[in-house]
Design a protein around this ligand. Structure first.
Ligand SMILES: Nc1ncnc2c1ncn2[C@@H]1O[C@H](COP(=O)(O)OP(=O)(O)OP(=O)(O)O)[C@@H](O)[C@H]1O
Ligand SMILES: [Mg+2]
Length: 310
């Protein structure tokens, strides 16, 4: 089974306001709600790839029923732990006229010690041998920063495979327990190492150090420039594809789903980087956090140029 963890999900409320003006009364022309959070986004893309997955994390308050209903409608299994405080609402203001996009994000609920324990126990229960676990995104403010390390340790003890996609302390603490794959973007990778990486060689050098330390693969995404996949056997650079960009939100989450698809289908490294870069490109060519489907990705795969270095 694939298990995606979303510790601070959000109801994404997108409101369209033509000519948005600060400090004025603005009229909304369109409202849209999408259940979100990085792990959930990975599950949505997996669903489009016909790979079943289960979501877990914290859910609470008025949005609980909506999340459960939406997940059910999407055919995604739901193992969320209920919490007392409300799951957050993140507002995205879309000003189509001036092409200005504003995000207003809430911090998320306070999680009690008991709720955190309940979650950890549930996670222990649902993790099994050969599962793929995705630990992804930010967390509620009072969650310990080593949470992904704790969860990585539990998952690995149970024989599951772990993909970590997080930033800052969540990533630096998390990698201490050696997840199998990490997928930072360049900025997150620089933050992790606390230095600027000016060339491809610098990126590869640092990624190899992590591999020597026990990680199996490091996939560094470079936005429109593509991505670099570093493993024990080889280094592969997949050049970014030129596509009409509608929204770059969720490109990284799609790439994580692509990694899982590649693992499940026993792709080699070359097939994996091509599939991952094609999936990222398919994702940015769709509006908002819409998930791309397999046909869109397949039409792009052969266009991805790769450079191999052993
Ligand atoms: N403008 C773009 N044009 C073409 N492909 C893109 C573009 N932006 C992203 N991609 C593809 O998507 C992949 C992931 O994008 P990116 O590096 O922006 O991830 P991220 O910063 O982790 O995103 P997220 O906000 O989802 O966390 C890239 O490696 C690339 O293949
Ligand atoms: Mg990302």
């Amino acid at each position: 089974m694939v298990i995606t963890v979303t510790l601070n999900p959000a109801m994404d409320k997108t409101i369209t306001v033509q000519d948005f003006e600060l400090g004025k009364v603005n009229r909304v022309s369109k409202v849209r709600y999408d259940i979100g959070g990085k792990g959930i986004n990975v599950s949505k893309v997996l669903k489009r790839f016909e790979i079943p997955s289960a979501c877990t994390g914290f859910i609470g308050g008025g949005w609980k029923d909506t999340f459960e209903k939406e997940l059910r409608n999407m055919g995604i299994d739901n193992y969320f732990v209920e919490v007392k405080e409300d799951t957050r609402t993140n507002i995205k203001v879309v000003d189509d006229k001036n092409k200005i996009y504003t995000d207003i994000n809430e911090p998320g609920p306070r999680i009690t010690e008991k709720e955190l324990n309940d979650f950890t126990n549930k996670f222990k229960d649902i993790c099994n041998e050969n599962d793929v676990v995705v630990l992804s995104g930010g967390v509620c403010p009072n969650i310990p920063k080593n949470i992904y390390g704790t969860l990585t340790k539990i998952a690995k003890e149970r024989g599951a495979f772990v993909i970590l996609d997080a930033e800052g302390e969540l990533l630096s603490e998390g990698i201490k327990e050696k997840p199998d794959i990490i997928k930072p973007n360049k900025h997150e990778f620089e933050l992790l190492l606390n230095k600027k990486l000016d060339s491809e060689d610098d990126i590869v050098y640092e990624a190899k150090k992590l591999i020597n330390n026990g990680l199996k693969k490091v996939l560094i995404s470079l936005g429109e420039k593509g991505a670099i996949l570093v493993s024990n056997e080889m280094v592969l650079y997949g050049e970014g594809l030129k596509v009409p960009v509608k929204s770059t939100v969720g490109a990284g989450d799609s790439m994580v789903a692509a990694l899982i698809y590649s693992m499940i289908n026993n792709f080699d490294n070359e097939e994996t980087i091509k599939f991952a870069v094609a999936t990222g490109a398919a994702s940015v060519s769709l509006e908002g956090t819409q998930a791309c489907d397999l046909n869109q990705v397949k039409s792009l795969i052969e266009k991805v140029n790769i450079n191999v270095r052993r």
